[in-house]
Design a protein around this ligand. Structure first.
Ligand code: XUL
Length: 535
């Protein structure tokens, strides 16, 4: 096909990319007949497939554990390889209608004046990575795991009038991993390199720019992970920019709605891989994309991901800020807001208790079956590692009326604690939770989900999706492409049949158990408060 033309005869394919910490995934969806079907998936693992960059788990080893950075050139090479894999997949790639992406949030890429002319003149005969080496004003990109900016967070809070003012304005108090503090630290450490920086991208807008062949904007979902966007107007906040670093306004991409078509696939991609001039849709963060990828498109349902850390997230029609300042408000791809709260003692805490009891997972589940809801009033605060929610810097495990040697009751206590903590610390979202979509490794355990249903008093469903962020990105591509051509499709129709929970997996709450937990949640909150204060 002639580059620049788009002759889509068969129903289009929609591409989603997910640039996560450890790898880059591409999925293709076929939406024939109005129902989406996954027809291609390919993942590039940074450590395994691009060993020349020397990453471990996708980031560069560093003597200071608080400093966590990655080489942006590695992401460039991964993007090229992902589209090469699509080109050799046998799929009819001339059918590609639009492409959108999801990226790890908060990370920032620092570019110099060479970036615009370089992107505008990419040579399809040479790999992307060889052509982009000269566009960076900083060779590395700090990512969300970085925790080195506590001083900068305090400086930003003090310049803006305190944590709560920042939280009310931007949706979160200053956090170490958020982009404002990262930019400030770079400016302080290397003011000359900062002055040479003409553009600061998020990981999402950087990769979208490569696809479009010119600087791409950011969406509110990812911009709300910077501590720089005014949540109410979805614009950069002059006060937040001034508190972070000088001349920042001129270096940040504009913010556009998530469903914006930001360009078409650059000639580089068309000529190199035989792709059409497909729409490039604004990229977003992985959490906003996951919201779509597990079918959370209306307030009243939330997702709980039980993984290394446990997270609770869900759409909010009206933005409400967490005045206790542990949760975040991000822009959702639907145009609404989303709340998210992260708990660091997730699977690790469950495993520690399981191991201390000498159980395997079936024995752990059996213990949950054999012990009564409410555990006879016994409580545990399972802070094996520093906890984000509530903020606990010195980890310690506390028990109330619980014998540490009583294996079954300890198994129940850790799960009840996690569920009660999530239920209590998500009240700030003001969402009446009717149903929970459970994902992550531990969501396979139905005994754990039974406790979840009873503590929240809500139906719990299992979700079939593997990479929900990538699927969410591909579905966003479909939604934006349809919208751009005047055929707006409701989000409920976009997710139908592909990003929906498994109906048969439903676990309903038991009324008597819900009553037990309603009282126990208050006791748990008091116990937690006394320990947070004394700790
Ligand atoms: C959210 C966060 C992570 C990253 C990486 O605030 O830091 O979820 O988006 O996945």
């Amino acid at each position: 096909m002639k580059p620049g033309s788009r002759q889509v005869t068969a129903p289009p394919l929609y591409l989603g990319l997910d640039a996560s910490t450890q790898g880059l995934t591409l999925q293709a969806l076929d939406v024939e007949g109005g129902a989406a079907r996954l027809v291609f998936e390919h993942t590039i693992s940074f450590d395994r497939d691009l060993p020349q960059y020397g990453t471990r788990h996708g980031v560069l080893p560093n003597g200071d554990a608080r400093v966590v950075v990655a080489p942006p050139l590695m992401w460039v090479e991964a993007l090229d390889r992902a589209l090469a894999a699509l080109a050799s997949s046998g799929l009819d790639r001339t059918r590609v209608g639009a492409i959108a992406g999801s990226a790890q949030q908060h990370g920032s890429v620092y570019l110099n004046a060479a970036v615009e002319p370089t992107l505008a003149a990419l040579d399809p005969r040479r790999p992307l990575v060889d052509q982009l080496a000269g566009v960076f004003s900083r060779a590395v990109a700090p990512v969300w795991l970085d925790a080195s900016t506590s001083v900068e967070c305090a400086e930003i809070a003090s310049a803006m009038g305190g944590d709560l003012i920042v939280a009310r304005l931007t949706g979160s108090r200053p956090f170490e991993r958020f982009t404002a503090a990262q930019i400030r630290r770079f400016w302080k450490a290397d003011p000359e390199a900062y002055a040479r920086t003409t553009r600061i991208d998020l990981v999402s807008s950087f990769l979208a720019s490569l696809l479009a062949g010119r600087g791409a904007p950011v969406d509110p979902g990812d911009a709300s992970g910077t501590n720089l966007m005014e949540l109410s107007s979805r614009r950069w906040s002059a006060a937040a920019l001034a508190a972070a670093a000088p001349d920042l306004d001129a270096k940040l991409p504009p913010i556009v709605p998530s469903s914006t078509v930001v360009g078409t696939l650059a000639p580089y991609w068309q000529r190199r891989y035989g792709l059409p001039a497909a729409d490039v849709v604004a990229w977003s963060g992985d959490n906003p994309c996951s919201l779509i990828g597990i079918g959370l498109v209306e307030e009243g349902r939330v997702g709980i991901s039980l993984g290394t850390s446990d997270t609770l997230f869900g759409p909010m029609q009206t933005p409400r800020v967490d005045e206790t300042m542990t949760g975040h408000v991000f822009g959702a791809p639907t145009g609404d807001d989303m709340g998210i709260t992260v708990f660091s003692n997730g699977s690790l805490a469950r495993e520690r208790v399981r191991d201390a009891c000498g159980f395997d997972w079936p024995a752990f589940s059996d213990a949950l079956r054999r012990t009564p809801p409410g555990n006879g009033g016994a409580l545990m605060l399972p802070w094996f590692v520093p906890e984000i929610t509530p903020r606990v810097t010195a980890p310690a495990v506390h028990r109330l009326g619980l014998d540490p040697a009583d294996g079954p009751r300890n198994a129940r206590a850790v799960v009840e604690a996690q569920m009660m903590s999530m239920a209590n610390h998500s009240r700030w979202m003001g969402v009446t939770i009717a149903a929970i979509h459970a994902t992550g490794g531990a969501a396979a355990n139905r005994e754990i989900l039974r406790i979840m249903a009873d503590v929240f008093g809500a139906d719990v469903y299992q979700v079939p999706v593997g990479n929900s962020a990538c699927l969410g990105a591909a579905l966003r591509a479909w939604h934006a492409d349809a919208r751009a051509s005047g055929r707006e499709i409701a989000w409920t129709d976009i997710v139908r049949g592909i990003a929906e929970p498994i109906a048969a997996s439903r676990i309903r709450p038991v009324a008597a158990n819900v009553r037990v937990y309603a009282a126990l949640r208050e006791r748990y909150a008091r116990f937690e408060q006394t320990r947070v204060k004394s700790g």
